[in-house]
Design a protein around this ligand. Structure first.
Ligand SMILES: [Zn+2]
Ligand SMILES: [Zn+2]
Length: 93
């Protein structure tokens, strides 16, 4: 898999994507990678090379924003999806 895409809305434009740390420790991890001399985009490649370890998900800015502003802390895309399908998705999986 060469393309970094996220499952919620399928956005693949790297600049629109951001890594969502499910455990909310993203800033620290990002700082650690940057302090090792990696650029800000490195995390996408790091994730890909590490087979997208648990605890991370790729979100685009829309989804990140929607999630952080929704009372359920779930992207509105997924709420809509859940309503359509009557299923609950855990952590975007
Ligand atoms: Zn999205
Ligand atoms: Zn979304």
């Amino acid at each position: 898999m060469d393309m970094v895409a996220h499952v919620c809305c399928g956005e693949t434009t790297l600049l629109f994507l951001s890594i969502d740390h499910i455990n909310e420790d993203g800033a620290e991890h990002r700082r650690a990678l940057i302090s090792q001399g990696h650029g800000p985009a490195f995390i996408y490649y790091w994730l890909r090379d590490n087979d997208f370890p648990a605890g991370f998900q790729v979100l685009c800015m829309n989804c990140q924003f929607g999630k952080s502003h929704s009372p359920e802390r779930i992207c509105p895309h997924q709420l809509r999806f859940n309503q359509l399908n009557g299923t609950v998705l855990a952590n975007g999986k």
